[in-house]
Design a protein around this ligand. Sequence first.
Ligand code: PLP
Length: 401
Amino acid sequence: MKRIYFDHSATTPVDEEVAKLMLEYMTEKFGNPSSIHSFGREVRKAIDEARGHVAALLGANPNEIFFTSGGTEADNLALKGVALANRKKGNHIITTAIEHHAILHTCEYLEKQGFTITYLPVDEHARVSVEDVRNAITDKTILISIMFANNEVGTIQPIKEIGEIAKEKGIYFHTDAVQAVGNCPINVKELNIDLLTLSGHKFHGPKGIGALYARRGVRLEALQQGGGQERTLRPGTENVPGIVGLGKAAEIAKRDMEKKIAHVEALKNKLIAGITEKISDIKLNGHPTLRMPGNVNFSFRYVEGESLLLNLDLKGIAASSGSACTSGSLDPSHVLLAMGLTHEVAHGSLRISLGRGNTEEDIDYCLTVLPEIIERLRSMSPLSGSSTMAESNPCSHCHKH
Ligand code: PLP
């Protein structure tokens, strides 16, 4: 059976060049980078090169890049690190209601430690208002953390404008750019970003490696103590294969950025046009234009996201849903709810995230299979006969409410 991977926002395959290099640094070049002999020195050099590639991708300086175990750790380091180091200055942090849980749960933790968090709302397209950001600032605000692009609906935030406000007010600005780095151009200096989170596995690097960009001069406290690695901000023997893999992935992403965006965006436009033409009672979630090149997110009325995913999987298509029943939680996506979707519409959402390996044939196949599945599910659904969505039991599958 044909198998199509449409879940690039969840993770991406490791590039073959990346895997080859990683293998070399597991077998032949295995020294500890802290060792002063030649085995150590050749590895140290490779780490420096990788740091250079990551910095170049962001328009940063290499000494502003700190390797971590991934996006989650970099988010924790940014938020807790700034909070701990700047506590005397203030205890207020501004973020949004649609952040990834790596941010939201870290904020909840900080609230328990005495910090105050403002969770800004978003509009129907998942965009935060720049004026809301400005108005939320108090004399106790030490950090603004707003994601670059949303992982579910792909909406890109007004990062440059927020960066300008933060700079003007002398407040640190962090952005969780896990979805964006390697997939759209970012220059931290032009955007006035002080701290930025990235993760290797979202752009054909390995899992379990990421980085925090921290502008020179940003006051950050380490969350763990140990040796002197990563200039004591993130001690522990380096994940050398991960770091060289991330560096190579960054190099490739920079080299192929324009080509990849053009390819993925063309497929996205074709898919959105095709779904809109072939299927009724749908809603495109996220911003119509200010969205990630590969993100497609639709709600299909009278359909449950989980059934849709399972049926697509049976046809060989791997996608994702905004309804989190399959991940063990009964709640629909906090992102879709924050955008004002009702529970039932949120439950019927499907995220297709395209990548460089997808083809026009993949889109054609999806446009054949998806309308059939939707029609079948709707014909079986007790919801599709009801006059309004509100009257129906929205989450029969999940037994919510
Ligand atoms: N932030 C965002 C926006 C994400 O999409 C993800 C992963 O899906 C993360 C953070 C966590 O990154 P990692 O999987 O590298 O820990």
